[in-house]
Design a protein around this ligand. Structure first.
Ligand code: NA7
Length: 547
């Protein structure tokens, strides 16, 4: 049974924000080592992103056997994934299963949002406030708030006058939304739009897709797992884990070692044909090693995908819009789909290019575009993504040393050493934080590494009597610069994307992810701790002298 907030301690070793993949494992590690913890989550249950994103078609793009925790052999053996890419309800069931198996829920305050955090320099700890009016003191504040957790709803003129229903994929109702017989608009063609459009199209009487950026989607080719496949994955766990840990994107498949330009067009086509049938991220990430670093290599794959789209979509005008590319393939988060392009062959589906024909206004009964066309709708679905990376962290309203706010410190872009700690904000750890590799990797692997490293740092402090850990400003500056310099060696900084912090007008345009891969990141973190927490300052609180 969940304890009521009033009987929980208001002074603990650590406060953890978020009860998704990160927060749950963090709680488990700290509790196992005897640290007192409070965990807060605004949701009424565990799951983080998988709690909120319940839109039709929501599913994982990493394969199930490595999109999960690895730390517990029991969990691994007791849980059975149904398919290659599980849908949201199954992933949420998994996280509930883990939380129950490890008895985590009793230590989580659900339905509670952290509204502020202030670092008390004298006490060397955080003072955290919640929307339930509670104040909790903790030596450590650990955020596990995810990177895609604050929805972005564009401020379309007139939206408030719309008389129909408005949905956002990231805060989908818990009950089924029935679009049968309805005229529906979907705005946005990132992963969420691409996953939901085919299913909404099956119900709606008419579906209009508003596309700002044409995306390069690859078939997921989901399939059910047989007992034999599951047994094989378990039997080969060590080898698959080795592959995962050696992979820059932390996925259990081999890293390609050939340039797309080093082979003939025929050989390249044969390889891409083969991988197109395999589907999933294997298409992009096991084919050639220079797709996101060399424009010419990139074009070979982009052209291949364009060919597939034009082969699939029968209406040339719709295909033209779907191929209105303005960025190299792989420079925005690559989506995977099931029947996305095929959906545009349905009589009830059409597409509008917002790039050439922007939305002028929303009226009571629909959407008017710049060319004067008026589309009538019963429902509008925003699949417009998130105030990514920094959105939720900044909403925590954190103030560090000298009362400086994180929002002020990050006004020109996020700054964090190892993507985990920010100078001036001692004893704050940001799991999967900005400047770390998480958004370019398979999350659970990065999360486990982050949590283990933070746990070791806290253990090191306990062993040495240190009470405060803080990233040094110079180490942080070097890290932030290195993140940008490494990204500049690729094509990813040449476009607007949420990796570039530039998916929403007004955000500072700066690359936010460590691009050199999970193995290099893990090794760097190890090197930092092996060398006395290089780049950090550790301090010990002096006892207050008696008057
Ligand atoms: P994304 O990937 O940020 O996609 C959002 C989509 O919405 C994308 O096509 C945007 O176009 C579009 N968008 C955003 N604002 C507007 C406005 N004002 N008008 C029209 N279209 C707009 O979010 P998702 O939810 O799909 O996926 C997020 C991540 O979750 C995903 O990458 C996975 O990691 C899981 P843009 O490309 O910005 O021009």
């Amino acid at each position: 049974m969940t304890q009521s907030p009033s009987v929980r301690p208001n002074e603990v070793d650590a406060v953890i924000v978020g009860a998704g993949f990160s927060g749950l494992y963090m709680l488990h590690r700290l509790r196992e080592l005897g640290y007192s913890t409070r965990v807060f989550d605004a949701a009424d249950g565990v799951g983080g992103t998988w709690y909120w994103n319940r839109y039709p078609g929501a599913r994982c793009d990493s394969e199930s056997h490595y999109y999960c925790y690895s730390f517990s052999e029991e969990v691994r053996k007791e849980w059975k994934w149904s398919c290659r890419y599980p849908a949201q309800p199954e992933i949420l069931d998994y996280l509930n299963f883990v939380a129950d198996r490890l008895d985590l829920k009793k230590d989580i305050d659900f339905g509670t949002r952290v509204t502020s955090g202030r670092y008390d320099e004298t006490a060397q700890g955080w003072v955290i406030e919640t929307d339930r009016g509670e104040t909790v003191r903790a030596r450590f504040l650990i955020t596990g708030v995810g990177n895609t957790s604050t929805p972005n709803t564009p401020k379309l003129p007139g939206l408030e006058t719309f008389a129909g229903k408005v949905y956002h994929t990231a805060v989908w109702p818990h009950e089924k939304v029935d679009f049968t017989g309805q005229r529906v608009a979907v705005i946005g063609t990132g992963s969420s739009g691409i996953q939901s459009i085919p299913l909404i199209a099956e119900e709606a009487s008419q579906l209009t897709v508003f596309q700002r950026t044409a995306n390069y989607s690859v078939p997921a080719r989901n399939f059910d797992l047989t007992d034999e496949m599951r047994r094989e994955q378990l039997d080969n766990f060590e080898e698959l884990r080795r592959l995962t840990l050696a992979s820059p994107i932390a996925m259990a498949f081999p890293v390609p070692d050939t340039s797309a330009l080093a082979v003939s067009a025929e050989v390249r086509k044969a390889k891409l044909d083969e991988l197109w049938e395999v589907g999933g991220f294997r298409f992009m990430f096991t084919s050639y090693n220079d797709i996101v670093v060399d424009l010419q290599a990139n074009a070979t794959v982009a052209n291949y995908i364009e060919g597939k789209i034009r082969e699939t979509v029968k209406d040339p005008a719709a295909a033209d819009v779907l191929c209105e590319f303005n960025h190299p393939v792989g420079t925005k988060r690559p989506p995977l789909d099931t029947n996305y392009y095929e959906t545009f062959n349905r009589d009830n589906v059409s597409i509008v290019s917002v790039r050439t024909n922007p939305i002028k206004e929303v009226t009571a009964d629909g959407i008017t575009t710049a060319n004067g066309d008026h589309h009538r709708f019963d429902a509008i679905v925003f699949a417009t993504g998130f105030d990514t990376i920094t959105g939720t962290l900044l909403k925590l309203n954190l103030h560090g040393r000298g009362g400086q706010s994180l929002a002020d410190k990050w006004k020109d872009g996020p700054r964090a050493y190892l993507g985990l700690c920010s100078a001036g904000f001692p004893n704050l750890f940001m799991l999967t934080g900005p400047g770390g590799p998480s958004t370019l990797t398979n999350f659970p692997v990065c999360i486990e590494q982050n949590v283990d490293w933070v746990t070791n740092a806290i253990e090191h402090m306990r062993e040495t009597g240190a009470t405060e850990i803080e990233a040094a400003a110079e180490a942080e500056t070097e890290w932030v610069q290195m993140v940008v310099d490494e990204a500049d060696k690729t094509l990813l900084t040449s476009v607007d994307s949420w990796y570039m912090n530039s998916n929403i007008p007004g955000k500072p345009r700066v690359f936010t992810a460590y691009i050199s891969g999970m193995p290099a990141f893990a090794e760097t973190c190890e090197d930092v701790s092996r060398n006395g927490y290089k780049g950090f300052t550790l301090r010990t609180r002096q006892p207050v002298e008696a008057a």
